[in-house]
Design a protein around this ligand. Structure first.
Ligand code: ADP
Ligand code: ZN
Length: 221
């Protein structure tokens, strides 16, 4: 099982989507789970909404409950990629408990680093599929047909929290709460760093190489 760690906008969701296909793993994104909960107007979604709108972290209990529910509904023994969780030390500890309660382990944490100007640019042109949640970018990864998802034909939309002020809040939350996880996982010998300034397919290749080198996954070619 793999965790993708890195600033908002570094491309975790995009890489997870591509990796899932190469590795045959499941993919859980707490951002996607939360956006679905909001869309369905569930009790948890109603609570989460205001935090997401502001670009703050949603309270740990809500996110962890959603993740737990999603894991329990899936065949997680196959292995999975987590994107967007954990985002603070408390969540990292909760993840350990969650995994050990399923007799699973965390095999690798990939830290994705990119320059902040690249990040802001990625966020400002990002478009999301309203149906399958895949990511596109108006310049770097445009869909074949304007506004339409290549994979499922769903409509693409711009995330409300990708507007400028909210992006700054999210980057700040990352610096003050999430960044400390780099040391946390480094100390546990789980961290591997991958530079993510280049285009998505190149980054994914590098991630696959790192995972193969440390023996986490056998890549089929
Ligand atoms: P990004 O990584 O680009 O910020 P996400 O889709 O991962 O995008 O997250 C969007 C929002 O959902 C966050 O700004 C936050 O409000 C909420 N969120 C997602 N994951 C978590 C989490 N693990 N803990 C708390 N809040 C979360
Ligand atoms: Zn789609």
């Amino acid at each position: 099982n793999i965790v993708l760690l890195g600033m908002p906008g570094v491309g975790k969701g995009t890489y997870a989507g591509l990796l899932r296909e190469s590795l045959g793993l499941l993919h859980f994104s707490t951002g996607n789970l939360l956006r679905n909960a909001v869309k369905q107007d569930s009790a948890l979604g109603r609570q989460a909404h205001e935090f997401m709108e502001k670009g703050s972290l949603v309270p740990d209990e809500i996110v962890t409950a959603l993740l737990e529910e999603a894991l329990s509904k899936s065949q997680i023994e196959k292995g999975f990629i987590l994107d967007g969780y954990p985002r603070n030390i408390k969540q990292a500890k909760e993840l350990e408990q969650l995994l050990s309660s399923h007799r699973l382990t965390l095999d690798s944490v990939i830290y994705l680093g990119a320059d902040e100007n690249v990040i802001v640019e990625r966020l400002s042109g990002r478009r999301i599929c309203s149906r399958c949640q895949r990511n596109f970018h108006i310049k770097n990864m445009p869909p074949k047909k304007d506004g339409i998802c290549d994979y499922c034909g769903g409509r693409l939309y711009e995330r409300p929290d990708d507007k400028k002020e909210t992006v700054h809040r999210r980057l700040n939350v990352y610096r003050t709460q999430t960044r400390t996880l780099i040391d946390y996982y480094e100390n546990r010998g789980l961290l591997q760093r991958v530079a993510a300034n280049e285009e998505a397919r190149v980054v994914v290749k590098k991630i696959l190489m790192v995972l193969e080198e440390n023996g986490t996954y056998k890549i089929q070619r």
